[in-house]
Design a protein around this ligand. Structure first.
Ligand code: NZQ
Ligand code: ZN
Length: 386
């Protein structure tokens, strides 16, 4: 096991009727900006619950944060924060609203010329305004981590911003919010969380036995829960297990002391930036070719995954590794998620070259847990995903 330092300061408030607890979590004297997305919270009762809980607080609102939160929109919120002397931000939504809020929280305190430099420099965000979240869509883990992914349409870029200043103060997780989520988004959440675990697990073994078992436990729970939650969003047991698995998949715990990959996400983000494909679906597109291309480096963990999650007990390490790749793809298909780029766009020719060129321009010479996947390798992997 590798050395590590671990701190996660986010308070989690989990369970039925927990949105009412907002009143105690948001400081009494705060001037709050409530941030939300395209309006789903106004149709499913979440907005009313939030307003009721904050009836005694001073609250301003701004909606319209789009999926894949857009830089230009977020800048308007930053202006509002400054002109209204807002002291606390409250994100009510999925990963996009929470990520957008993280950017706003850091940008409001940023003293450089352009807030985009904060993102493009890839330097850690050390400070941000305090903010909390009410999660409405389990998927990203953003409710308990210090990462955000911001999109800039103008330049077709989608980049991560990370740093200790971006942890929420608290996050409220009420599984009953899942009732209103369209099936497509539930499938996305399952696929995204599953891939988060893969990115922190399908690397090379370092004898971190507990981390491996945590990771396998999350993947097993997602595979077991998927049919139930897709069938019936009101199934509270399924909803609670789905929600907590998504949070645990990316709150930093399972990555302590082990190598991490994240190449699938880096390539996937480009597909969202170029074609607007949902985040989780881009991961499903890249997965098979990434693991096939890198099977030599990753076969031990792939084989362990096949053995422990899908009970594949026969065959060589190589055969088991290939079985794992098949099972992963079957899992995506069972969620109704196509796994080839050509199933999403007709104009895929040239995609691999463009992505490789962008990686070159950014100086990303080698990605993956060993830093060994060059832009040339990225080109091959993306091509294999057509
Ligand atoms: O905008 P509204 O009206 O709220 O509708 C949303 C949106 O259209 C809807 N939705 C959310 N909760 C709902 C609901 N509809 C009905 N009932 C509810 N309870 O779902 C749609 C998608 O929402 P979005 O927030 O975009 O989805 P998700 O949570 O999957 O977030 C995706 C974003 O997170 C980033 C992705 O790149 C993408 O930009 N990621 C963030 C990460 C992080 N911060 O750690 C890691 C991830 O790997 C990921 O990259
Ligand atoms: Zn993801």
């Amino acid at each position: 096991m590798n050395n590590f330092e671990y701190k996660n300061p986010t308070k989690i408030i989990f369970g039925k009727e927990s949105i009412a607890k907002l009143s105690k979590e948001v400081p009494k004297d705060a001037k709050v900006l409530l941030l939300y997305g395209g309006g789903s919270i106004k149709k499913n009762g979440v907005y009313e619950q939030v307003k009721k809980a904050l009836a005694k607080h001073e609250v301003l609102e701004m909606g319209g944060i789009p999926p894949n939160p857009e830089y230009e929109v977020l800048l308007k919120a930053v202006e509002l924060v400054k002109s209204e002397n807002i002291t606390f931000l409250l994100a009510v939504g999925g990963g996009s609203v929470i990520d957008g809020t993280k950017f706003i929280s850091a940008a409001a305190l940023y003293e450089g010329e352009s807030a985009w430099d904060m993102v493009s420099s890839q330097k850690p965000a050390m400070q941000g305004m305090p903010f909390g979240s009410v999660l409405t869509l389990p998927a990203t883990g953003s409710e308990m981590n210090a990462g955000a992914v911001i999109t800039r349409k103008e330049t077709q870029e989608k980049l991560a911003l990370m740093g200790p200043g971006l942890f929420p103060v608290f996050s409220i997780l009420d599984p009953e919010v899942i009732k209103s989520i369209p099936q497509k988004q539930i499938a996305n959440g399952l696929a995204d969380a599953f891939t988060h675990v893969l990115e922190q697990y399908i690397t090379y073994p370092v004898d971190a036995k507990l981390q491996d078992r945590f990771a396998e436990g999350i993947m097993q729970t997602l595979v077991e829960t998927a049919p139930a939650i897709l069938k019936d969003g009101t199934d509270y047991t399924a909803a609670a297990n789905f929600m907590w698995s998504c949070t645990m998949a990316l709150n930093g715990l399972i990555s302590q002391g082990v190598p991490s990959d994240w190449a699938i996400h880096m390539m996937g983000h480009e597909l969202t930036a170029m074609y607007g494909i949902d985040h989780a679906r881009t991961l499903a597109i890249i997965c098979r070719s990434h693991y096939t291309y890198n099977i030599e480096d990753k076969k031990d963990k792939l084989a362990q995954l096949a053995e422990r999650v899908w009970n594949v007990q026969t065959g060589s390490t190589e055969e088991k590794a290939k079985a794992a790749i098949d099972h992963i793809e079957l899992f995506f298909h069972s969620l109704g998620i196509p796994t080839k780029l050509s199933e999403y766009t007709d104009s895929y020719e040239g995609t691999a070259e463009r992505i490789a060129e962008r990686f070159n321009q950014r100086g990303w010479k080698g990605i993956g847990e060993r830093g060994a996947i060059t832009p040339e390798g990225v080109k091959e992997i993306v091509k294999m995903s057509y």
